[in-house]
Design a protein around this ligand. Structure first.
Ligand code: SF4
Length: 658
């Protein structure tokens, strides 16, 4: 098989943007921000367990995964001569299109093809097809449906005499597991860069309990997407409006002939993995794409789609009208007349970012508002941060898939006299142990000693605690009423309750009252922290000495004599996270966080992956302890970053501690 084949994974890359295919196929020419570590990707996404479980439900399956593609194609052909057969990783080839199907079940002339995804599905709520018109696939599902549609296309063309029925096998959100320790039955082992699944002995259809996966017949959706008339009225990009068959032909032809296909050039470029600086000898794919539209020297400037929280249905028309860079925008592009009673409105904040897009611009700080808000807080102040994960397959009997797992928190306290202390933490990553209830008990013990204000950064901590309430309600924990009542005092939920000590979101404070050009439009603490450290002489002076982790300085549970201010050769403050030991050898944490798309505020992807590693790979006790100790350092910095933000604001509004 010497020629280039459009595999499922290459098709998925090309479906996102046809130009990506060339960049991806030429790593010797282009920089790529994608993680490029299938083992860590599998751990982070959790799909490997779901795939392995799905196969357990088909004990008769013949596994071809160890065969090379050409051999697998031949073996598949041979096996399809049987009247009834089930195959794992069957291979189909048509021209230069090549796919492997996760699970295939042949009954006579009908072949059911199952694509297994670690996505949850709620049959009561989820729809693939637009309910009103029934004429197009909803955008949330296009990448899943694109994948199975491609497989169906190849299968049908390779074997036109069979009838193929495509299924998506997803995680049934409403299923409840009936056995303990289900997720510990499937482990992952590193094999080079890839992961190899290890299934624990005696794991079979009888030992995995009631089915928690659901097979959804996709025939209508696939017929729709493969029809030449298929049209999504929401698509405006030249690539999106091509028929699916034409897309396959374009990608197959482009790959075969090593062509650079036309770039899509729209809002999707914002998160393109080829958006990175050229580092000799590697070029930037993003720069190459956009140099057709704007001068090369302007490409490092912020784009229209970099405006905070701008939706593609707003940025795409702006791009089409020729407004490509942020500096092309004017006040007329925002509805600035809509104002909030206090703080910045959404559009005002967007405009603020546009106005101050240049690195030399001034910061914005609403001191008056900040001073008012600060006065409403009560000492001692508590800063907390959670590390959590959602695990596709449940830990214990009675639990649902994708339960929220809260495995770690950090807690800093600031007293009225200005004393700062890393006062508490919790971590439990013991394999197979559901940690949430112990987590809440530990948090309660630390926070119930006084009635000081509690801070979080983002809504995540509130969401997690509300989910733990639900888990407690369904549990048999003897102290569940006490824990639920306490959680309600520090959380809020729509119209249901507003705790008297409900946590304060520092991110809201930033969104309403503060902007620094170095934040580059992001409100993630990961961007706010370097900006405030660079901006504040007060913080630089205080933390350039190693007062952190000293009994007479700032007490810490994980650091000793640590200085947070280190300068690079340009005299810029180095991002404190870059000073920490690596969680994963040679892996850039930003690359890991890219896997967890769509979350601008939180950046816990690395911690989640570390948790998955401790749960689902075989590690020695020493390795586990080492990983835990690095996680503790990261989480401590997460809450200390909040303290630094508090100190920064305090200094800016010139208040002093009593
Ligand atoms: S920058 Fe845009 S057009 Fe270029 S490869 Fe990435 S997504 Fe495609």
């Amino acid at each position: 098989m010497g020629q280039k084949y459009l595999t499922k994974s290459l098709f998925k890359i090309g479906l996102e943007c046809p130009r990506k295919l060339y960049y991806h196929e030429h790593p010797e020419l282009y920089q790529n921000q994608a993680l490029g570590d299938p083992f860590l990707e599998a751990l982070a996404e959790g799909g490997f367990q779901v795939g392995a479980l799905a196969k357990i439900y088909h004990p008769e399956g013949i596994d071809l995964s160890e065969l090379y593609p050409k051999d697998a194609v031949n073996k598949t052909k041979e096996l399809l001569n049987k009247t009834n057969v089930t195959i794992f990783e069957a291979a189909f080839c048509f021209e230069n299109l090549l796919i492997r199907t996760d699970i295939l079940v042949k009954n006579g002339n009908v072949i059911n093809v199952f694509e297994v995804k670690s996505k949850s599905y709620d049959s009561r709520k989820d729809n693939f097809i637009d309910k009103r018109t029934k004429s197009y696939i909803l955008s949330d599902w296009t990448r899943y449906i694109g994948d199975i549609a491609y497989q169906t296309y190849v299968c049908k063309n390779a074997y036109p005499n069979f009838e193929f029925i495509p299924f998506l096998t997803l995680i049934n959100k409403n299923a409840i597991t009936t056995v303990d320790g289900l997720n510990q039955k499937f482990l992952l082992k590193r094999a080079g860069k890839k992961g190899k699944i290890i299934i624990k002995p005696n794991t079979d259809i009888n030992s995995v309990g009631d089915k928690i996966l659901i097979d959804i017949n996709m025939l209508d959706g696939i017929n729709l997407i493969l029809s030449d008339e298929y049209y999504n009225p929401k698509n405006s990009n030249w690539w999106d409006i091509l028929t699916f068959n034409n897309k396959i032909n374009e990608l197959a032809f482009g790959l075969l002939n090593d062509n650079k296909l036309k770039p899509r050039l729209d809002a999707k470029c914002k998160k393109c993995e080829f958006r990175c600086e050229a580092v000799s000898p590697l070029a930037s794919g993003f720069n190459e794409c956009w140099s057709k539209k704007i001068a090369l020297q302007d490409i490092s400037e912020p784009f229209v789609f970099d405006v905070w929280c701008i939706k593609s249905n707003k940025s795409d028309p702006l791009l089409q009208s020729g407004k490509i860079l942020m500096r092309d925008l004017t006040e007329d592009d925002f509805e600035l007349e809509i104002k909030k009673e206090r703080g910045l409105s959404h559009q005002q904040r967007q405009w603020l970012q546009v106005e101050r897009a240049s690195k030399n611009s001034e910061k914005y700080i609403d001191q008056e508002n900040l001073a008012l808000i600060f006065k409403s807080w009560q000492f001692p102040l508590h800063f907390i941060d959670f590390e959590t994960a959602t695990v596709a397959i449940p830990f214990n009997k009675g639990m649902r898939p994708y339960e929220q797992i809260a495995f770690q928190f950090s807690h800093h306290r600031v007293n009225e006299n200005g004393i700062i202390e890393h006062i508490g933490q919790y971590i439990n990553a013991e394999p197979g142990v559901f940690p949430n209830f112990e987590f809440v008990r530990a948090l309660k013990i630390q926070l119930e000693l006084d009635s000081g204000t509690i801070f979080r950064y983002s809504n995540h901590e509130n969401t997690v605690l509300c989910q733990i309430i639900k888990q407690l309600e369904n549990s048999t924990e003897t102290d569940k009423e006490i824990l639920i009542s306490w959680i309600k005092t520090i959380t809020k939920k729509d119209k249901e309750w507003f705790g008297k000590r409900s946590m304060v979101d520092l991110c809201d404070l930033v969104i309403n009252c503060y902007y620094h050009p170095l934040m580059r439009g992001s409100n993630s603490l990961k961007f706010v922290l370097p900006a405030i450290l660079q901006d504040s002489k007060f913080l630089q002076n205080k933390y350039q000495t190693s007062i952190y982790g000293r009994p007479e300085g700032i007490k810490s549970l994980n650091y000793t004599d640590w200085s947070w201010i280190k300068l690079d050769k340009n005299e810029s403050v180095i991002d404190p996270y870059k000073l920490l030991p690596k969680l994963f050898n040679d892996i850039d944490l930003d690359k890991l966080d890219r896997l967890f798309e769509g979350d601008d505020i939180r950046s816990g992807g690395a911690a989640m992956t570390a948790y998955a590693k401790m749960q689902f790979t075989e590690m020695t006790e020493i390795e586990r302890k080492e990983l835990c100790s690095v996680l503790l350092k990261y989480c401590e910095l997460d809450t200390f970053a909040m303290v630094l933000l508090y100190e920064y604001f305090l200094n800016e509004i010139s208040l002093t501690h009593s």
